[in-house]
Design a binder for this molecule. Structure first.
Ligand SMILES: O=P(O)(O)O[C@H]1O[C@H](CO)[C@@H](O)[C@H]1O
Ligand code: HPA
Length: 281
C-alpha cells in the first residue's frame, strides 16, 4: 500500500499538518486525551492500516496540538507477534511522515533488564539491539531493495541527542528518575526466562520489549528526528522467577503517564521555541 493513499484519506478528514508524530505504547494511550482540538480516526478506516489487537492499544490516530505544536498520536500500535510484517508495523510512520511529521516520539512499556531500574522509571533510548527479525531490517526485502542506493549509508545510530536532552531536563524539572539506555527488541509475545534476562544484560541491553525497532528503522530511513522512551513496567529479578503479566504492564503504564506527559510537553515546548539542534551524526 502506498502511504500517499492513506495520507489522501486522512487529508479528506483533516488538513492539520503535524510536525511531530507520537507513538503511545502499552498503557500509555491516555496521553492522546491531552491533545487539544482532537480529530480522531480509527486505524481500521485508514487504507493500509490493520486493526490493532493488543489489549491496551486503542487503535486510533489522533490529530491536534500539544503546547501549540501540531501533532499526530498513534494511540496503540501494531506488533510483529500480532501477525504483521515489519513493513506493516512501520507503515503508519511512513504515513505520518507523508502528512507532515518530521519528528517522532516513540514510546513503549518494557521490562527492566538493568538491575538499577524500578517499575515506573523512564529510559531514554540511546541505541537498540534488534533481535526481532534476524539479519534483515525488513522481511519483505527483495535483494534489490537491500542494494538500493543509499541503503548502507545511513548510520545505525538513530536517536536524536537534543530531543534526549530535553527528556532528561523534563525529568529533572518534574523530579522523577530517568536514565539513558539501550532497548532490546524481541519478536514476542513471550516474556523472558531468567536466563534470557541475564544474557540480555550481559550483551548490553537495559530494557526489553516487543516493539519500537521497526518504527525507528522506518523513521530513520525517512530522515526523521527520533526520541525513544521506555517506561519500565516490570523488572527482571535474577534471583527468583517472577511472572510478568500484561495487566501489570498496562497498570504501570497508566501510573507513569504523567511522566511521559511531562517529557512530551518539554520536547514540544523546545521544538516550538527553537527547532531543536542536534550535532550531525
Ligand atoms: O511495546 P509496547 O507496545 O508498549 O508493548 C509492550 O507490552 C507488551 C507486553 O506486555 C508487548 O507488546 C511489549 O512490546
Ligand atoms: O519483560 C518484558 N519483556 C518483553 N516485553 C515486555 N514488555 C513489557 N515488559 C516486557
Amino acid at each position: 500500500m502506498n502511504p500517499q493513499t492513506a495520507a489522501d484519506f486522512i487529508r479528506s478528514i483533516t488538513d492539520l499538518k503535524p510536525q511531530v508524530a507520537i507513538i503511545l505504547g502499552s498503557g500509555l494511550g491516555g496521553l492522546a486525551d491531552k491533545i487539544d482540538s482532537p480529530v480522531i480516526i480509527a486505524f481500521d478506516r485508514i487504507p493500509g492500516f490493520g486493526t490493532s489487537t493488543a489489549s491496551g492499544h486503542r487503535g486510533q490516530l489522533v490529530f491536534g496540538s500539544i503546547e501549540s505544536v501540531p501533532v499526530v498520536a498513534m494511540a496503540g500500535r501494531f506488533h510483529r507477534y500480532e501477525g504483521w510484517s515489519n513493513d506493516d508495523v512501520a507503515f503508519p510512520v511512513d504515513v505520518m511522515n507523508t502528512v507532515g511529521a518530521s519528528h517522532l516520539i516513540v514510546s513503549n512499556a518494557a521490562g527492566g533488564v538493568s538491575l538499577k531500574f524500578r517499575v515506573g522509571d523512564i529510559v531514554v533510548l540511546q541505541d537498540h539491539i534488534n533481535f526481532m527479525s534476524g539479519v534483515f531490517a525488513s522481511d519483505q526485502g527483495a535483494p534489490e531493495k537491500f542494494a538500493a542506493p543509499g541503503c548502507f549509508n545511513r548510520p545505525a545510530m538513530t536517536y536524536d541527542a537534543a530531543m534526549s536532552q530535553a527528556a532528561f531536563e523534563a525529568a529533572i524539572e518534574s523530579g522523577f528518575d530517568c536514565y539513558p539506555g539501550t532497548y532490546l527488541a524481541t519478536f514476542g509475545p513471550t516474556y523472558e526466562t531468567r536466563a534470557e534476562y541475564r544474557m540480555m544484560r550481559r550483551i548490553g541491553a537495559d530494557v526489553v520489549g516487543m516493539s519500537t525497532v521497526p518504527e525507528v528503522l522506518a523513521a530513520s530511513r525517512l530522515g526523521m528526528r527520533i526520541l525513544g522512551l521506555s517506561m519500565v513496567s516490570n523488572v527482571a529479578n535474577p534471583d527468583k522467577a517472577v511472572k510478568a503479566s500484561h495487566d501489570e504492564v498496562l497498570e504501570a503504564g497508566r501510573a507513569a503517564e504523567v511522566k511521559m506527559e511531562a517529557i512530551v510537553r518539554k520536547v514540544l515546548q523546545q521544538i516550538s521555541s527553537s527547532p531543536l539542534q542536534s550535532p550531525p551524526v
